[in-house]
Design a protein around this ligand. Sequence first.
Ligand SMILES: [Mn+2]
Length: 273
Amino acid sequence: MLLKVKDYRKVFVCGDIHGNLELLKKGLEKLGYDSNKDVIVTMGDVIDRGKESLETALFFLEPEQTENGLPSAVSSRGNHEDFGIDAHVKNNKDWIDSWHYHGGAWTKEHSEEVLTELFTRIEKTFPLYIDIEFKGKNIIASHAAVPGYDYDKITSIKDEELVKNWLLKKAESLPVEKFLEENEDYLDDDEFLLESLPVCGADLSIHGHSHTHNPYLYKNRLYLDTGCFKNYLTIMTLSEDGLDMSGFKMNESELETINVDSKVKDDLRKILL
Ligand SMILES: [Mn+2]
């Protein structure tokens, strides 16, 4: 899927929503999101953990259209959507207990028929990655990683399962990736990231999946999942006017705005503007 920033007034990009639709909507409202003109892009894991999994999935499955006839909400697929596709479309129940334990228990309240229809639609609608064209630059947005840190490997590797494993879960063989996966709090210690390579074939890659305390740019890879179910939701704004980034969390029913460190914004502007 190719999305051009110039086709919209503003493109908003955020990390894993995990069923926190109210927070997403309030954050977008604060940023002036208008479904007639703008789009919100996320990299998957829209379901599980939060209170509104089904509603969040439907928000991205049935988006309002902009005045140009384009979708106003787009998501790629995350490993949590893949759990549901495995269990309810492919009928592989090997991981269902683990999925239910990791936030998927809400599905027990729905019939097999409803879940099969839902995850069939998600499989058809949510691509494995999204290309974003922004001021002549190529950004790739995918849940976890780019295969072999090389954008071209998405099309050159013929093993679909291997490519999917990278995009949705990261390769298991790289120690640094394993570390990222197992240590949600890794950001206090940057040295563990030093072995990682920049992504080639794209100007910037944006990922969810690995929680970070704050949005984190490593070489040309932006980790945008700031763990909204226990920390805050980061939303990046791209438009012809430039780039910005804000954080949001709920305090009781009030929206609290978090100021994002200006260094990550400045470093991103150096890459993209
Ligand atoms: Mn996630």
